[in-house]
Design a protein around this ligand. Sequence first.
Ligand code: CP
Length: 295
Amino acid sequence: MVKSLVSFKQLTRKEIEFLLQKAYSYQKKPPGSILQGKILANLFFEPSTRTRLSFESAMKKMGGECIGIEGEERSSLSKGETLSDTIAVVSRYADIIVIRHPEKGSAKLAADASSVPVINGGDGTNEHPTQTLLDLFTIWQTQKTLDHLHLVVAGDLKNGRTVHSLVLSLHFFNPTLYFVPIPGLEMPFEICQFLREQGIKFSTHSTIEEVMPQADILYLTRVQKERNSIGAYSINKKTLERAKPNLKVLHPLPRVDEIDTEVDATPYAHYFDQAANGVVVRQALIVHLLEKCSC
Ligand code: CP
């Protein structure tokens, strides 16, 4: 198992299943104060609600403490300190670091500069691996398997890092993928190339409705306006008329206009439970990385 979690490409199927099982065991029986005396540093250079607060909740539920930075302007990066120097110092204050940063590759840079485990909480348009862990946990719990599922992935596929990590992770599980991008916001070439190399079936479509009858999971993403994405789309109850009974609608959140609130009361809506799963999944990851760490 890796010292830091920067990319989903680092994980094997066995390691993913181990982490999901550990999260499940924590959901059934909370681990108690097993991290008393440990400190997690949350370094967030981009806005966040779920990722930051669920890491904090995860740590505090296990008796640990959190320190952190919110926004570059409130740290010495604003005085010209490099990210590497910042991490070198923070890794002397904390036992584990979570970083969210607008630059692709920043989490790798942080992991290289750190003497303690670093978790990528989202690096630009690149990846968001802990979101993917909780997405897989949610899919596994709702579908009772991760294998051979049909997933519709819709929205901003170009700049939505959550769908990048999700799609990379799914190659272990032989999925069938239906991409429904907003025009101009298609899945990046390198990710499609990776899927081709892995022999994963995927196709691109112009409407969600045309692939709805096949879907086990409908995974939606927000238009990433902060990354200059332009466009809009929305689903409502009518979009789901031909859904299979086991369909679940997932969304990493925050949503803007992608899901009409009338969907919230349907049995398909699962995005708030998905967000809730972030706590146990992050508990499992923190504990595992700390157990592996000899620092
Ligand atoms: N899903 C997610 O990453 O949400 P936040 O941006 O609120 O952390």
